[in-house]
Write a new protein. Structure first.
Length: 105
């Protein structure tokens, strides 16, 4: 007796199409992200010139809504300081140097 293997058709597309995010929501999220990034950069540009001499390559954690920032040579310690004051807030991480970048590629 020969057995035939059941071949199921391959399904293409999203696994759960009902959970797709509408394009309007994606555009809104992208716009919010750009606005938040601009706030990070404004705070960074404002204070980095003062701090670059004494705290070169320290980490700066910025809370964009208030403009508060927290600095420390250790990234985890700086994040803990920021989370102590803003446990649910969004934060951005910069490095106090010429570019603000935290690493290299």
């Amino acid at each position: 007796m020969t057995q035939t293997a059941s071949i199921r058709p391959r399904r293409r597309g999203r696994l759960f199409p009902e959970f797709a995010i509408p394009p309007e929501e994606l555009a809104r999220r992208e716009a919010e992200k750009k606005i938040r990034y601009q706030r990070y950069r404004e705070v960074f540009k404002r204070v980095s010139l003062e701090l670059i001499d004494k705290h070169y390559n320290w980490f700066m954690i910025i809370e964009p809504n208030s403009g508060d920032y927290f600095i420390d040579p250790d990234e985890e310690t700086a994040i803990r300081k920021a989370r102590a004051k803003y446990p649910k807030g969004t934060i951005g991480i910069h490095r106090i140097n010429e570019t603000g970048a935290c690493g290299t590629l």
